[in-house]
Design a protein around this ligand. Sequence first.
Ligand SMILES: NC(=O)c1ccc[n+]([C@@H]2O[C@H](COP(=O)([O-])OP(=O)(O)OC[C@H]3O[C@@H](n4cnc5c(N)ncnc54)[C@H](OP(=O)(O)O)[C@@H]3O)[C@@H](O)[C@H]2O)c1
Length: 212
Amino acid sequence: MATIVVFGGTGYTGGNVVREAVSRGHQVVSVSRSEPEEPVEGVRYETGGAEEVAGRVVPGADAVVAALSPRGDMSGRLVEVYRGLAQQAAEAGARYVQVGGFSSLRPAPGAPRFVEGDIPEQFRDEALEGEATRVLLAEEAPQGLDWVFVSPAGGYGAWAAGERTGSFRVGNDVALFDADGGSNISGADFAAAILDEIERPAHHRAHIGVAY
Ligand SMILES: NC(=O)c1ccc[n+]([C@@H]2O[C@H](COP(=O)([O-])OP(=O)(O)OC[C@H]3O[C@@H](n4cnc5c(N)ncnc54)[C@H](OP(=O)(O)O)[C@@H]3O)[C@@H](O)[C@H]2O)c1
C-alpha cells in the first residue's frame, strides 16, 4: 500500500485517479480548493491551494499526482505551481506523475509535437501551457526526481468520460491511434494507467502517452 497525494483530486482526471487508487487499497490524499461534491469513501480531502497545502501533505508521500488544469484563475499559473510540487516531491523522495495534454505528443518519431503546429483556438492556450509544464520537467526537474509526464489521447476529457475497459496501450511521446485513426481513452482507463505506473514504475524521467 502506498500513500498517494493527488493534486486536483476533485477534478475529472484527479477524481478518477483517487477512485482507482482507493479501490486498489492505497492511502489517498486529495487536494483542491473546493470541497468535493461527491466525496469518495476512504479519501482524506485537504482543502486549500496546492501551494499552501503541499508542505503538509507531500512529506511522507510515496507518489504525487499533479492533475490541476490551467483554466479560470489558474490560467498562466501551472508552471509556477508545478515547479513547487516537483521540488517538494523530490525532497520527499516521492514518485512524481504530472498530467499533461495530447498536443505535447508527436505524430511520428522525431516530428514536431502537435503543439508546434496549428491548434484550434479554443484549445491553444491550454495546449501551450501544458507543453510548458512538460518542458519544465524535461529541462528543469530537480536532480533525482523520479518523474513521468503523462499525455492522454486526443479525445480524452470530461465530455467523453467513457467506461473502464482495463485494456489500453502505453506509448512514448509518439501519439497512439487505433485502427480507425481514433485517439481515445476513458477517464477510468487513464487513471488505471497512472496507478499501474505508480505500482510498477516502468518509465523514469520520461514522457508517456495512454490511448486505446
Ligand atoms: N485531451 C487532452 O489533452 C486533455 C483533456 C482534458 C484534460 N487534459 C489535461 O489534464 C489535466 C487535468 O485536467 P482536468 O480536465 O482533469 O481538470 P479539472 O477537471 O478542471 O480539475 C482540476 C482540479 O484541480 C483543482 N485545482 C485547480 N487549481 C487548484 C489549485 N490552485 N490548488 C488546488 N487545487 C486546484 C480543481 O479543484 P478546485 O478548483 O476546487 O481547486 C480540480 O479538482 C490538465 O493538465 C489538462 O490540460 C488534457
